[in-house]
Design a protein around this ligand. Structure first.
Ligand SMILES: [Zn+2]
Length: 295
């Protein structure tokens, strides 16, 4: 038996709600049940979490992808994702959604993807395989491995798309490829052109890691991404409206919309459940250890 209470779902906050307290500042239906201190996990100390309630269901929340434990440090996203998956698993979390922001590369027809567009990706590309720094971790005891043929849950994605279309007048892409690039800097024009040729629609630095860890813990994942800029997209970025603080202003103005979409999507998830998604088809069993002693 877990020492933790049950929470059915998890929300991994990202830059889509960076500029506000979730849920306190956003006028949603979520209430805060408890502010949770950082957890000690096999992957190090986490950022603080919140235990929320909506429609009588408990939901765990962590801000900024769990990367900000305090004002002085950043936890790399590939470690933070392991920590979040560990905490979610202790609480029995069954599904999770992310609320990030991304650079826009192209829409499904190859046209520029403008700020305020929303993309719910169905696949990702990891543009960096992170070195396993500080990452020699205890085996989880789980006896399953997962293929990544379906990193995002179609049932959750469907609910995020419907919520986004109900709350936003902007373009909403119901599929797309998220390019997950190295943490710590933006991309060059040449890099974005390369990502475009590889078929990427949006670029960010976190969700690829979260997808891997959620899949590995049998937690269905849906990812909501609001486009905050044109990336370095063939000069499109050079816009007379752009000011040095325009991205900061974007991040301060987008949380109410992102919060409303998450609110509507979570209500729908709770009403309809997560069904017929096929996420469990990608499990592989029997690979957890050497098949014969001494191998
Ligand atoms: Zn699923």
């Amino acid at each position: 038996m877990s020492q933790f209470p049950y929470a059915v779902g998890g929300i991994i906050g990202g830059s889509g709600t960076w500029g506000a307290r979730f849920p306190e500042d956003l006028g949603t239906d979520f209430t805060v049940v408890e502010y949770l201190a950082p957890f000690e996990t096999p992957h190090g100390m986490t950022a603080p979490f919140k235990l929320l309630e909506i429609q009588g269901a408990r939901i765990l929340y962590v801000g900024m992808h769990g990367m900000y434990p305090n004002p002085r440090e950043i936890i790399p996203p590939w470690i933070a994702a392991k920590q979040i998956a560990w905490v979610f698993s202790q609480y029995g979390v069954e599904w999770a959604i992310t609320g990030g922001s991304v650079g826009g590369i192209q829409d499904l027809a190859g046209n520029p993807l403008s700020p305020w567009s929303i993309v719910v990706p169905d696949d990702f590309r990891m543009e960096e395989i992170p070195l396993p720094t500080a990452d020699r971790v205890a085996r989880s005891g789980k006896s399953e491995f997962y293929r990544l043929g379906q990193p995002f849950c179609p049932s959750l994605s469907n609910k995020l798309v419907r919520a986004a279309r109900a709350e936003s007048q902007e373009q909403v892409l119901e599929e797309g490829i998220y390019a997950c690039t190295p943490l710590g800097r933006f991309e060059t024009s040449a890099e974005v052109q390369g990502l475009k040729q590889f078929g990427a629609h949006i670029v960010g630095q976190t969700v690829g890691h979260e997808a891997v860890e959620m899949v590995n813990h049998s937690i269905h994942l849906g990812s909501l991404n609001i486009v905050s800029n044109y990336a370095e997209n063939g000069g499109i970025w050079v816009d007379p409206q752009d000011e040095p603080n325009s991205m900061a202003e974007f991040y301060r103005s987008c949380p109410p919309l992102v919060g409303r979409i998450i609110n509507v999507a979570v209500r729908t998830i709770l009403d309809e459940g997560v069904r017929d998604c096929g996420c469990d088809k990608y499990v592989l069993t029997g690979l957890e250890s050497f098949p014969v002693e001494g191998a």
